[in-house]
Design a binder for this molecule. Structure first.
Ligand SMILES: [Zn+2]
Length: 689
């Protein structure tokens, strides 16, 4: 190693140069698709032809392109998808059953009309490499074309599939992997672990029997089909009682129709077809531009009683996300109820697919979450496989924000129970939505089984994928939101959206946006909470003469959120800069306050809330109101209680989870205080703990 002597001024000069270079460094490829596809609904096949304009905006000469051919994930029991399913307890038969299998074949890639050499990835048959006859220069573009045929797998496997003649066509066509400043991002399809794709435009023509109702990404170009859907929407709106039991498929029309959909500034295209779909159509006015977006809900009889209000959920999600982050730029937004076996729902640009739900609140939750992904995944196109918190985490925080804004009263139990008496019996009827992500984080954090948020999807345990990526992120962003307040937080997030919509930001890019708006040390957030499993626990030690003694019991010195209460209602909340050790903090309004509480809104990942409370008068100042709740479900942060029975959990990956939870918060040993038994998931029939 040689030592280099660089004078400070020169060094500063280089640094400035380097930073400017870095900013100009950004590039992204452009991919414009034209696809013609025909559905054969007796053999469950797609016959298609695809033509892609690939624009190389990188500074590099490309001699090959990686393509995803993801229908091959369903080809045999050795694919990454199959192996992940086995790992999570799926029976070994899987793709040995012919009816379950799916694949893509008949590929014949050409570049600018000339046949090219291509090969399957040696490990993953759902990835292939196309060798260009002549390297593609920086700034150049090339036309890639291929016919393809897809054998549609059974819809109970993952997200591409059919259940009889109900079709969910997702990740169904050959698609270039992302090439960015870190190189190629080719990846096999997985159930747990999502997507990363290039932006561009889509022009897709779908041919299928005339009596299919189709929901797809983008804007329908056929006037007569639009009129037909409008008629359907009128009919559906007039139905008082849906025949929930009738699941029969009408016979397919002999005559075919060809529907054309177009959209730009998107990175994927999904479509869903079902002859039984009811259709509902509404409009929502966006808060900033006043522009109107058409919203569609499409669903068969099953769940129709819940789906009759689906447009309200789509509209409200579009409204709130637009308000907080920036207006939705597309003209249509659709939610579909379709066969799906990979969680409660899945997002695609301008369209989302939703599985079965038991309650209206559960359905609203999933629809708004998936519609919200149009911002965090759709427009802000991060690498979900590598940095899942950037989309799922921020989106889950937005769920929490939506629920707490739209339903400020207590509604958590409505996610799981149709009727309130069971919730009352279990002692959870007063809990608000914010309890849910908080509890999910604590479940593993209390045992030091938590994981940091900056891991790739494959590094998480099944439980932690929900508990960390979704729930800890949700609480962590709620913390920043509470600390900054609505106005500042929105300003920063809107700037992030403006600068990075239709692009591929990395975690550093989000951090830079926050740092450009806030002149303070944010390491508690971007380092401690996002990149480590360090814990947070402030404790109220004493109250005396208008001052309160707070002790930091753990490793993170993040802002202290202290509320003054009177008769359980919050008079004010003050944020103090974080510190280590002990500190006396001055408090205001002591006359009217009868108690102080840290983190009143469960807005931070505080490990213990039992030490967050003090009364200003009386004996036993630190004992919370006593609530003996023998069959209470969950730890109630506002009361001291004894709880004996099961907990319920919910996440998008595993649907409902019922777990045995046995703990007694009066026992002195932390290790005994909280014991979570493995959770059992209805969704995958596997242990999720
Ligand atoms: Zn999600």
């Amino acid at each position: 190693m040689r030592k280099l002597f660089v004078p400070a001024v020169l060094f500063a000069f280089f640094l400035v140069q380097f930073q400017t270079l870095n900013a100009q460094d950004y590039f992204q490829q452009e991919v414009n698709y034209k696809i013609d596809v025909r559905l054969d609904d007796s053999l469950h096949l797609l016959n298609a032809f695809e033509e892609i304009e690939y624009v190389n905006n990188s500074p590099d000469q490309l001699s090959f392109l990686y393509f995803h051919i993801w229908p091959n994930a369903y080809e045999n029991n050795e694919t990454a998808l199959a192996e992940q399913k086995f790992e999570f307890g799926r029976k070994i038969k899987l793709f040995r059953i012919e009816g379950q299998r799916g694949y893509i074949d008949s590929l014949d890639f050409k570049a600018n009309g000339e046949t090219v050499k291509w090969e399957y990835d040696p490990v993953h048959i759902d990835i292939c490499k196309i060798f260009l006859n002549k390297p593609l220069a920086p700034g150049g573009s090339i036309m890639i074309s291929t016919p393809f045929r897809v054998k549609i797998p059974k819809g109970n496997i993952s997200r591409l599939g059919h259940i009889d003649q109900a079709y969910a066509m997702t990740q169904w066509y050959p698609k270039p992997a992302v090439y960015d400043k870190y190189g190629w991002h080719q990846m096999p399809y997985l159930n747990m672990g999502e997507f990363y794709s290039e932006f561009g435009s889509f022009d897709v023509s779908i041919s299928l029997p005339k009596n299919y109702v189709v929901g797809a990404t983008g804007n329908l170009q056929n006037e007569d089909e639009l009129n037909w859907l409008n008629e359907k929407a009128k009919e559906t709106a007039a139905i008082r009682d849906f025949d929930l039991e009738d699941a029969d498929f009408p016979e397919s029309d002999k005559e075919f129709k060809t529907l054309r959909y177009t959209e730009s500034n998107i990175h994927d295209f999904a479509w869903f077809a079902d002859k039984r779909f009811h259709v509902l159509k509404e409009e929502v006015e966006l808060p900033h531009s006043g522009r109107r977006v058409t919203t569609w809900a499409m669903f068969p009889n099953k769940n129709a009683d819940l789906w009759k209000n689906a447009n309200e959920y789509i509209n409200d999600a579009l409204y709130y996300y637009s308000l907080w982050y920036g207006d939705y730029p597309y003209d249509n937004c659709t939610a579909i109820h379709a066969p799906l076996s990979a969680g409660g729902g899945m997002e695609y640009p301008t369209i989302t697919v939703i599985g079965n739900n038991k309650t209206a609140m559960g359905l609203e939750m999933v629809i708004m979450h998936e519609v919200g992904h149009n911002w965090f995944y759709g427009m802000i196109g991060t690498d979900e496989r590598e940095h899942p918190w950037l989309d799922e985490g921020i989106n889950s925080f937005s769920d929490r924000r939506y629920m707490m804004t739209k339903y400020p009263d207590n509604h958590l139990y409505k996610m799981a129970f149709v009727n309130g008496s069971l919730a009352k019996l279990l002692g959870i009827e007063t809990l608000q939505y914010n309890y849910y992500p908080y509890f999910m984080y604590l479940a593993n954090a209390r045992h030091n089984l938590d994981q940091p948020l900056n891991l790739a999807t494959g590094q998480y345990s099944n439980f932690n994928y929900g508990a960390m990526v979704y729930s800890k992120s949700s609480v962590t962003f709620a913390y920043m939101h509470k600390y900054l307040g609505d106005e500042k937080f929105n300003e920063i997030m809107q700037d992030y959206f403006e600068q990075w919509k239709f692009k591929h930001p990395y975690p550093d890019d989000l951090q830079k946006i926050f740092e450009s708006h806030l002149d303070e040390d944010l390491s508690w957030f971007f380092d401690d909470l996002l990149k480590t499993t360090k814990k947070l626990d402030y404790k109220i030690s004493k109250y005396k003469d208008g001052q309160i003694l707070i002790k930091n019991r753990r490793e993170i010195s993040s802002p202290v959120l202290l509320s003054g209460l009177s008769n359980d209602s919050v008079l004010f909340t003050t944020a103090y800069p974080g510190f280590t050790g002990k500190k006396w903090l001055p408090v205001k309004d002591v006359e009217s306050v009868d108690a102080f509480r840290l983190d009143q809104g469960l807005d931070s990942p505080e490990l213990y809330t039992g030490n967050n409370w003090i009364r200003t008068k009386g004996m036993f100042k630190k004992t919370r109101p006593f609530d003996l709740n023998l069959i209470g479900l969950l730890e109630d942060p506002y009361h001291t209680n004894i709880n004996l029975l099961p907990a319920f959990g919910y996440n998008y990956y595993d649907k409902f989870m019922i777990g045995g939870l046995l703990y007694n918060s009066l026992l002195p040993l932390p290790a005994l205080e909280y014991q979570l038994m493995p959770m059992y998931s209805f969704g995958t029939k596997s242990l999720a703990g």
